[in-house]
Design a protein around this ligand. Structure first.
Ligand SMILES: N[C@@H](CCC(=O)N[C@@H](CS)C(=O)NCC(=O)O)C(=O)O
Length: 210
């Protein structure tokens, strides 16, 4: 299997971390987003949305990071993606929430405004966007903190794809100044998730997230 991706991007990183954790062979094809490489005609033939990551497995092409995580984890039995309809729905619920709200409304705009803009010389953070995203971050972090006060992982006891998906933006917490301070359960959970060797094994060499 080949993953077309940009390693510093959380959407690529979480897929590579899952593959590494499961010991699934996954070759990286570097797509340099800083040079617009996801908009070439060759790449658009794989993924017409012009976004990364994209998985290619033989004739099968799959885009959308959370679908890719589920596909890779479906290849062999494992506890990240248990063969149980309710657990799979529960994991998918958190993955949908991560993409639609935790990522798009909170972590991503804060990371873009405070880290990517600096790295790419795009000017200072937009204060209005930072304010709206900070409010969304606190709203989401409260939900996570209350949930993780009751159980060790997002879905039951064991770590699953849900934890990989929701945790990944927090690797940029320092650079993006994500306000984690008030959320002790969330911080403790992130310490546990981020200690998995798979994150180090797939960690980006570049300092910026896109
Ligand atoms: N929902 C998509 C989001 C993918 C996405 O936004 N990728 C960004 C990097 S994080 C990208 O490739 N942007 C390049 C562009 O839009 O030109 C997923 O989860 O795969």
């Amino acid at each position: 299997m080949k993953l077309y991706g940009f390693p510093p991007s959380p959407n690529t990183w979480k897929v590579r971390a899952v593959a590494s954790h499961l010991g699934a062979p996954l070759e990286l094809e570097f797509v340099d987003l800083s040079k617009g490489a996801s908009h070439t005609s060759a790449y658009l033939a794989l993924n017409p949305t012009g976004r990364t990551p994209t998985l290619v497995d033989g004739d099968f092409k799959l885009w959308e990071s959370n679908a890719i995580m589920q596909y890779i984890a479906s290849k062999n039995a494992n506890s990240l993606w248990p063969n149980d309809a309710q657990k799979r729905a529960d994991i998918t619920r958190w993955q949908c929430w991560q993409l639609a709200h935790w990522g798009a409304e909170a972590c991503q705009p804060l990371t873009f405004q405070r880290l990517v803009k600096k790295f790419m010389n795009l000017g200072p953070p937009d204060a209005a966007i930072v304010a709206t995203a900070t409010e969304a971050f606190n709203k989401g972090a409260k939900v996570l903190d209350a949930h993780l006060a009751k159980q060790p992982s997002l879905v039951g006891k064991d770590l699953t794809l849900a934890d990989f998906a929701v945790a990944v933006p927090l690797f940029y917490a320092k650079e993006a100044d994500l306000p984690l301070g008030p959320y002790a359960h969330l911080r403790r959970w992130f310490e546990r998730v981020s200690a998995l060797p798979a994150w180090r094994e797939t960690a980006p060499q570049m300092p910026a997230a896109a």
